[in-house]
Design a protein around this ligand. Structure first.
Ligand code: PMP
Length: 424
């Protein structure tokens, strides 16, 4: 009987991988937090459009106009998916990292950026640039502590533009952050908020109107579309006032040689300002297709399955005494289908390699581009020196330096979770 994979089928379910003994097994992808498989529907949409694509915004020809229409409709599909406000804009980027770097480049000079040290490096590092001040807040151990720490930092803040960058769901623990409360606090002090929704958007409805955040960033490849396209969406004022992220054709309205020999440029406002060059129309189309599929299916149906699988995973892991599940806000805090753990006495990298070689299961090991967070969770301090991939202790009782992350979502059959638990 065909496995029950839920309401949104994904690609890649039939891949067979060889195990160490030579036997073959259907690959179990439990690494959605890194990149999720594409939805079948996204693939079908892209395949139907691919023969007809052309370069947007330039041509009078039929295919160029078709692509321009589809590109702009894709923007609208993303705006609908995120429940954007009337004046918000959708800029297509390469992925979340690119989106947050774009925003960093567009912040008014002197902006103070606040971020918890527990952020993914993509939310932690773009603010370290000339003209900005990056202030990192220590790891909170509860949502209330996070809100209180933000309030304290804002109350002590100097005048001037301030931005909070916060992740909606952790790529390490899967824990959901109190985004609406943090945003309400930030706004009371006149600060703005950008939400890193890379891990939240694939699992949860993200309504910009309801959360109140000023910008949202996410990646297509974690949202069941292929690589190469992401989104920065939100308030237009700072984006329209900034120098273009990339200088070039498409971003410029007019370019003229001035009398003094220099070149005078008038830049576009709106998304084109930050999308210089020939945009990734297929990528944007794929992201829009995923957004439509997720909206039409609804997160209720996806979450019901996902939370059932998560509960099974938690119960199964709880039966293995050596397993320690990592959590910042406590075991019972709400999370998406992302979970990291260590097995006492085991080297996480060896365990992850064995899961692949002996069971055909793909997971991830390491510090997951969130070094300060994982060090804190493993019982060290956020600044203890250890490298991603450093040699692990393998004696029982020694502290792990690395963890294993298992993550899943649409299309994950029960069998993958059962195989994973049996293997661990
Ligand atoms: N933020 C979070 C929370 C993430 O999990 C990731 C990817 N692991 C990123 C940002 C960066 O996304 P990308 O690599 O697609 O730019």
């Amino acid at each position: 009987a065909a496995a029950d994979c839920g309401p949104l089928p994904v690609l890649g379910r039939e891949v067979e991988v060889p195990l160490v003994g030579g036997e073959k097994v259907a690959y179990a992808a439990l690494d959605y937090a890194a990149s999720a498989p594409a939805l079948q529907r996204v693939w079908d949409d892209v395949a139907a459009y691919a023969p007809y694509y052309g370069s947007v915004h330039r041509g009078a020809g039929y295919l160029s106009q078709l692509s321009t229409d589809l590109f702009e409709q894709s923007r609208q599909a993303v705006a609908d998916f995120l429940d954007l406000r009337e004046d918000d804009q959708v800029v297509f980027t390469r992925a979340t990292t690119d989106s947050l770097n774009l925003l960093a480049s567009a912040l008014p000079a002197g902006t103070r950026v606040l971020a918890f040290e527990t952020e993914h490096h993509a939310s932690l590092l773009p603010w370290r640039r000339d003209g900005l001040t990056a202030d990192y807040l220590p790891a909170p151990r509860s949502p209330q502590q996070a809100v209180a720490a933000l309030e304290e930092a804002l109350a002590a803040a100097p005048e001037g533009p301030t931005l909070l960058c916060v992740t909606g769901a952790s790529n390490v623990t899967g824990e959901i952050w109190p985004v609406a409360e943090l945003t309400e606090t930030a706004h009371r002090y006149g600060a703005r908020v950008v939400l890193d929704a890379a891990q939240l958007a694939p699992h949860h409805r993200v309504s910009v109107r309801e959360l109140g955040v000023d910008w949202v960033a996410f990646s297509g490849h974690k949202l069941y579309a292929p690589f190469g396209a992401g989104v920065l969406a939100g308030r237009s004022d700072w984006l329209d006032a900034a120098e273009p992220y990339l200088a070039g054709g498409g971003a410029s309205r007019t370019v003229a040689r001035a009398a003094d020999g220099s070149v005078a440029v008038e830049w576009h406002s709106g998304p084109a300002r930050h999308e210089a060059g020939s945009p990734n129309v297929i990528g944007a189309y794929a992201v829009a297709s995923a957004c439509r599929a997720l909206s039409e299916t609804g997160f209720d149906a996806l979450q019901a399955r996902e939370q059932r699988l998560l509960a099974r995973l938690r119960t199964g892991l709880a039966e293995i005494p050596e397993v320690q599940v990592l959590s910042l806000f406590g075991e019972d805090h709400a999370r998406v289908g992302v979970l990291s753990f260590v097995v006492r006495g085991w080297n996480s990298s060896h365990l992850a390699a064995a899961l692949s070689a002996e069971y055909g299961i793909g997971v991830r090991d390491g510090l997951f581009c969130a070094h300060p967070l994982v060090r804190t969770l493993l019982g060290g301090t956020a600044d203890a020196p250890s490298e991603c991939g450093a040699p692990e202790p393998s004696l029982p009782g020694e502290r792990s330096l690395n963890a294993i992350r298992v993550s899943f979502g649409a299309g994950t059959p029960d069998e993958h979770v059962e195989r994973f638990l049996a293997a661990v």
